[in-house]
Design a protein around this ligand. Structure first.
Ligand SMILES: C[S@@+](CC[C@H](N)C(=O)[O-])C[C@H]1O[C@@H](n2cnc3c(N)ncnc32)[C@H](O)[C@@H]1O
Length: 326
């Protein structure tokens, strides 16, 4: 990445810590998957199994996060009848492409963006593990696949190494991989924007509305960060050299929706994860609640109150995107 894109002289160290969050997320997801919270046959090929158990409240938090994002993502695919593209921003080791392929729900094209170092690792796994590469090859027809150290372009799946704070470079790379601004576009940012300053994430959100006439963005991240519990979360991350540069946008559900409305989105909503959890299919919630005994109910509630899913739409084609909700 270009050094100038970071917040200061320590930007390389800061970015390295941000890149490290990618492992945290995937290791926690893998642990929850291996404990039966949801099915993901692909995550095992990207990260090792955690050495230590994760607490039940962490597993339930990840369950709510993954199911919540999937629920809105699937609703977008239904509204557009898969005649759309998805761009996963800061995708890390996310496995959604492989899930959608298995469920016959692939969009016309699925893009992923992350720092080049993360993309290189992801590509290494894809290249060396047939369960990951086969679905990409199966959906690829015609010309030979374009592959280098920091990108791959196939008919239905593309991954690029780029910095989300360098929009010109990112856009150029996406265009090279046949991103089509006229297609209904779903952007996903799961625990990503919080690592950028409010100005940098606002530029990204504005770029999206300037580029795509019909779009939705799903964002998962912290909220209510100004209270005591929120401050402890910030301090814990800082101790690991990880600075939440975007924490000011995570004050409230209102600050989360306002960031969309001030960057050209037509509609926006934000729910804390407590609310999301209560609105997930309750049969499955009852199933996962039986998996492990939860001692710390209050801690789970606090955790869920300090994360949210926010989403926004812009709908030039009149597909009814503003109606998507839990
Ligand atoms: C907490 S991880 C989440 C990964 C994935 N979205 C998930 O939820 O499993 C944050 C990801 O965002 C990426 N990221 C953060 N800032 C970025 C930037 N400026 N440019 C590219 N990627 C970035 C990190 O490298 C990391 O993979």
């Amino acid at each position: 990445m270009s050094k100038g894109a970071g917040p200061g002289p320590d930007s390389d160290t800061a970015d390295e810590a941000v890149r490290g969050t990618c492992d945290d997320a995937s290791i926690c997801k893998r642990f929850a998957v291996s404990s039966g919270y949801w099915k993901d046959p692909y995550i095992q090929y990207f990260v090792r199994q955690a050495k230590e158990r994760k607490a039940p409240e962490i597993n339930r938090g990840y369950y709510a996060r993954v199911q919540g994002v999937n629920l809105l993502l699937n609703a977008f695919l239904r509204k557009t009848e898969c005649n759309c593209q998805i761009i996963n921003l800061g995708a890390g080791l996310d496995t959604t492409f492989w899930r959608l392929k298995d469920e016959n729900l692939l969009p016309k094209k699925y893009f992923e963006v992350d720092f080049p170092a993360i993309v290189a690792r992801k590509l290494y796994n894809i290249k060396s593990k047939p369960p990951l590469s086969k679905p990409i090859m199966e959906t690829h027809s015609g010309e030979s696949l374009l592959l280098d150290a920091h990108s791959l372009d196939s008919a239905r799946y593309s991954i690029i190494g780029a910095d989300l704070r360098n929009l010109k470079d990112m856009e150029e790379k996406l265009k090279k991989m046949s991103m089509d601004p006229q297609l209904p576009t779903l952007l996903v940012s799961e625990c990503v924007l919080v690592y950028m300053t409010p100005e940098q994430s606002a530029s990204l959100l504005q770029w999206a509305t300037n580029t795509f006439p019909t779009a939705m963005l799903i964002n998962y991240e912290q909220v209510n960060m100004m209270d005591r519990f929120g401050q402890i979360m910030v301090e814990n991350l800082q101790r690991r050299q990880c600075n939440l540069a975007g924490v000011d946008t995570c004050q409230s559900l209102q600050s989360q929706t306002e960031r969309f409305l001030s960057t050209g989105w037509e509609s926006a909503d934000a729910w804390n994860m407590m609310n999301v959890y209560s609105n997930l299919p309750q049969e499955d919630v009852m199933r996962i609640e039986k998996l492990e005994f939860l001692d710390e109910k209050e801690l789970l509630e606090q955790l869920l109150l300090h994360y949210c899913i926010s989403w926004a739409t812009k709908d030039s084609l009149g597909l009814g995107l503003a109606g998507i909700t839990f």
